[in-house]
Design a protein around this ligand. Structure first.
Ligand code: N01
Length: 544
């Protein structure tokens, strides 16, 4: 091993003086990848645009930001010691607690020394003669390595729509996904928030408590169920920790890689009053587990409609003004978009200082020096918040100028939607791996578990190549086409592919419509990945 110095820091490199792997992103995926690569004896450096670790949980510091997967499951499982020593305080962890956890992991496993912060990867080019990637940062640094591994996140490329006159606005402007460290005080201010996705849904109730007045600009309503977040009791934490491995194994065997009460029964198997009782009990459990009430909510339109009607009856119990309740009601399939988990969201619209502004017709027309104009009306504002979402699933990848063999760019390759083999690799981009992204269960499972499964698979693959003297691995076009067909088959079997959402990319102008994550289930996905590896990396061409 040699040690080289660069403007960015000091890296342990292999005997040729080069890094074995460049990893992009110091979120859950990138950090685990670094740990695994080191364990397997590879040299690696992580490049991270932020000044600290955490990825999503570094950037999304808006009020109320928290996870919608239970914290006891939204955490690493590779180290029993780590699982035992860390104690989560709430059922769903808040952003500060998640960030503290990730920082703890980085320290505990001594990861920081191989991370270069405030260095965004802007370009990566495969050198076909050397079988290496040359990667460029926005600081002008160029680094080479045999392997290029992306852990860039599925919801990491924020969208900021352009509005006429946006520079004329004299007040404060924020975006939920790049929230200032240290927070914002909205006391006594007139605040406008654009968008009503999960980010707005979590922040609206808290901003409403602080602001003089909050205007919520809604173009398309979302389904929100109560998260039923609460502190975790010492007893329930101890019960899980007494057999954390067994608990994780059960989760791993499930469709989404996380455990929740799920009834494998059609809505139509129950009499109407029993259906209501079942929905009531799942409503009390709250959040994403609400979808576990029946097994056909996302596959049978009639079942879906009945659940939507139930949801509306619960909203009517909360929202005092029926006209506002109407406005808050989506006209699409229930949970076609990602179901939102909220705390006090609908209650916020009963407050005198909160106004729901329907902008579905002429939209937000322009910003003005004093605020904005929407649907023909002027709103005086001290602050405007963009809660306008992400170029999800692919944006983190396609915002990098990536060039594979024959000069093909990732933008060309994915012009009609993401093409991958197992989500992990892209034919024509040898020695490049894409963690927890398009083509794998990613956002439909729990991201941390997916990061570990991908990290393990990639590390084993690199070991296999080292053991067999290979320098290059590339998915064959045939294997990739078969996998894309399987991703599409699974998507077409779900109602989730039928509406506009970031799952299909319809929130980004000009983006090809394609259901990006793999919705065929976690166990078949893991089995497929293991079978491919077990069969000597079937579907790949190995060379060198
Ligand atoms: O983004 P979104 P998000 N004028 O895309 C609106 C995860 N997440 O950041 O639907 C007016 O859902 C847009 O309107 P429309 C989670 O997976 C998780 O909130 O295009 N409005 C929409 O209302 C989530 O699904 C948590 O008509 C405009 C909103 O902006 C994903 O991240 C918390 C507009 C964007 O909603 C994304 O959530 C937060 C315009 N020009 C995020 N442009 C957890 O709970 C856009 N909009 C774990």
């Amino acid at each position: 091993m040699m040690t080289t110095s660069s403007a960015a820091g000091t890296s342990v490199t292999n005997e040729t003086g080069k890094l074995d792997a460049i990893v992009v992103g110091a979120g859950f995926a990138g950090l685990y990848m670094l740990h695994k690569l080191r364990e397997a004896g590879f040299s690696a450096r992580v490049f991270e645009a932020a000044p600290g670790v955490g990825g999503t949980w570094y950037w999304n510091r808006y009020p109320g930001a928290r996870c919608d997967i239970e914290s006891m499951q939204y955490s690493y499982q590779f180290s029993e010691e780590l699982q035992q020593e860390w104690t989560w305080s709430e059922r769903y962890a808040s952003q500060p607690e998640l960030l503290a956890y990730i920082e703890h992991v980085a320290d505990r496993f001594d990861l920081m020394r191989d991370i270069t912060f405030e260095a965004r990867i802007v370009a990566a080019t495969f050198d076909e003669a050397a079988d290496e990637w040359e990667v460029e940062t926005d600081n002008g640094e160029t680094v080479r390595a045999r392997y290029f591994i992306m852990g860039v996140g599925c919801l990491s490329a924020p969208i900021k729509p352009k509005f006429d006159g946006e520079d004329s606005f004299t007040g404060e402007v924020y975006q939920t996904s790049t929230w200032p460290v240290g927070g914002v005080d909205f006391t006594g201010k007139r605040v406008g928030i654009i968008g009503v996705g999960s980010s707005a849904i979590q922040s609206v109730p808290l901003i409403a408590e602080e602001a003089e007045h909050l205007y919520v600009y809604q173009r398309t309503p979302n389904f929100v169920v109560p998260s039923q977040n609460r502190p975790l009791s010492a007893e329930e934490v101890a019960a899980i920790k007494s057999d954390y491995k067994g608990f994780r194994a059960k989760a791993y065997a499930g469709l989404t890689a996380f455990l929740f009460p799920r009834h494998d029964q059609s809505l139509f198997d129950l009499a109407p009053d029993e259906r209501r009782a079942r929905l009531d009990s799942q409503w009390e459990i709250g959040g994403l587990p609400f979808l576990g009430a029946f097994n056909d909510i996302l596959t049978n339109e009639d079942a879906n409609r009945e659940v939507a009607a139930y949801w509306r009856s619960r909203v009517d119990e909360i929202v005092k003004d029926p006209k506002i309740a109407d406005l808050l009601t989506p006209d699409e399939m229930f949970a076609c978009k990602r179901l939102c988990a909220g705390t006090g969201y609908y209650e916020a619209f009963n407050r005198d200082n909160v106004t729901l502004v329907d902008v579905r017709n002429s939209g937000i027309e322009c910003f003005t020096p004093d605020g904005l104009r929407a649907e023909g009306e002027d709103y005086a504002l001290d602050a405007i918040i963009y809660a306008t979402g992400f170029d999800a699933m692919t944006g983190g990848v396609t915002r990098i100028r990536i060039t594979g063999t024959g000069g093909q760019t990732i933008q060309q390759k994915w012009a009609d939607g993401p093409q991958t083999y197992l989500g992990l690799t892209i034919s024509g981009f040898p020695n490049m791996f894409n963690m927890v992204s398009a083509g794998s269960p990613s956002v439909l499972a729990t991201m941390v578990t997916c990061a570990e499964q991908h990290g393990d698979w990639i590390a084993h693959c690199l070991e296999y190549m080292r053991d067999n003297g290979h320098r290059r691995i590339d998915a064959t076009p045939e294997a990739e086409a078969d996998w894309v067909a399987e991703v599409n088959r699974a998507a077409n079997a779900s109602l989730r592919s039928t509406c506009d959402s970031w799952y299909v990319g319809s929130n980004v102008e000009g983006k090809a419509r394609a259901f990006a994550p793999y919705i065929g289930g976690w166990p078949p996905y893991v089995q497929k990945c293991s079978a491919v590896a077990g069969n000597g990396y079937e579907g790949f061409e190995l060379a060198g």
